[in-house]
Design a protein around this ligand. Sequence first.
Ligand code: F6R
Length: 580
Amino acid sequence: MCGIIGYVGGRKASEILYKGIRTLEYRGYDSVGMAIDTQKGIEVRKDKGSVDEVAAAMQFTSMDGSVGVSHSRWATHGVPCKENAHPHTDCTGKIAIVHNGVIENYQELGEALAKKGHKFSSETDSEIFAHMVEDEKKQGKDTFHAFLASLNKLKGSFAIALLAEGERRIYAARKNSPLVIGLGKGENFAASDMTAMLEHTKDFVPLGEMECAVLEPGGVKFYSLLDGKELKKTPMHVDWSPEMAEKGGYAHFMLKEIYDQKHFVYESLATDVSAANALISKSRDIHITACGTSYHAALMFKYLSSKYLGKTCDAVIASEYPFIASPDKDTLVIAISQSGETADTMKALEFAKEKGAKILALTNVVGSSITRVADEVVYLNSGPEVSVAATKTFTSQLAVVYKLLFPGNDFSEIPKIIADSLQKEVEIKKIAEMIKGKQDVFFIGRGLSVPIAMEGALKLKEISYIHAEAYPGGELKHGPLSLITEGVPVIALAPSDDSVYKMLGNIREVRARGGFVISLNNSSEIEKESNVSIKLSSVDPMLHPFAMVVPLQLLAYYVSVARGINPDRPRNLAKSVTVE
Ligand code: F6R
């Protein structure tokens, strides 16, 4: 879950890499480093801290040279510190590597290298790779063949970029971790995602599983890791602009992305889903699998399908899927993943595929891993999402879910519903002040509001660190009600639908125990019973989820900011979760 970028060309590599690694900082932000092949050999500068802090302290951009690699780390093996930061070098300092993923057999490989006299300077699983290549080279191989031979000994996952002194090349490879090659003119790039390269090129080749690439200024060659044979690749062109990945005047990416929703949801609603619809209508069973926020979109699929179409389907947390699901050749597995790289989701799909199921992927990232295992792909078209907390990709997922389930319906009202909800920003900021000091917050809803309550609770806990839980309203009396005491905030999602009177009952239950009710409603009855009320526009009840999710995103954002947290980078989390 780290960010990687490599550059080879005619320009000053350190400047390009510094900008690129800033864009990738959302992937990992505990330490940063850069290696440049300078006239005096490979120079490595790295330390614990944010990209800007380390770049300033280490003067990254004072390094001269036109080939290099950089890395932002999210620790898996070894604490965040200077020694464990990447790049790592071999014993001679002539090979530098950056790695994202987990090398599962690193201890065994490390012990064998240690016996041969290799000395390690970090606690990471990654460092051994530089020594492995060094070792293979000692046996007479050139760097390419040493790289290939070493990769074939690794178990686990990797996106790796390697720099060898004096070669003006970057060697890059992947297995179960994303790596995209960017094709420029007289220069080439490799990075964990396209956003880091958008300023320089819009032509990309995502590396496939067990593939590697050798980048030189004049061109890139692709190879299979299994047999070393050269591969032909067709680049794809992507229309995202670099501005789409910039903050555009907002204090944080998260706030920008919340506002982006009113535009990008148009794009998502315009997505062609006809081939996916055909797959859905042919399937006997449907399983939807995903993690985190994407799982809440999966639940919405399940709830909508059963409520409006009378068709039951299963929504299963991806990491649980192999343990509880029984797909077969008549099952369609719909995988929802904004990044398209989530390891848990990929594993669920591998399992489903082995059982003969068909796969439909909903993702935001063109060429991501999930698209390669899917029989059909629907792109969310939400533009790059940088903030760790998913916001606009969630509303895009919802828009696509609605299109898939109700192909004939007109959903042109949705962007306006989102825009109306955004108008609540000032009142939500005040509510954020009311709850910023609380220890626990509960979210309740019924029917279609349940997945949105779950999403509201997830968003709040992940970026404000306040404990937050969501329950179907009816469940309160079966246990959680004992936690409702004087002043405990309960956010009640109570729009005017067939559950509104039951929600009224739940609100009264909470008030009777001294709970502080903040309700989202469009009825005076609910408003009267609540301590604070956020009024929703009156829309088709089927579309209430769009009206409710935006205020909850804004609430999480403002509570986070009020508590002095950077909402774009919550502790312990990363944007693309490529480890199981
Ligand atoms: C929460 C969040 C995560 C992701 C989850 C799945 O704001 O972003 O819960 O939703 O890690 O990620 P994707 O959708 O990339 O598979």
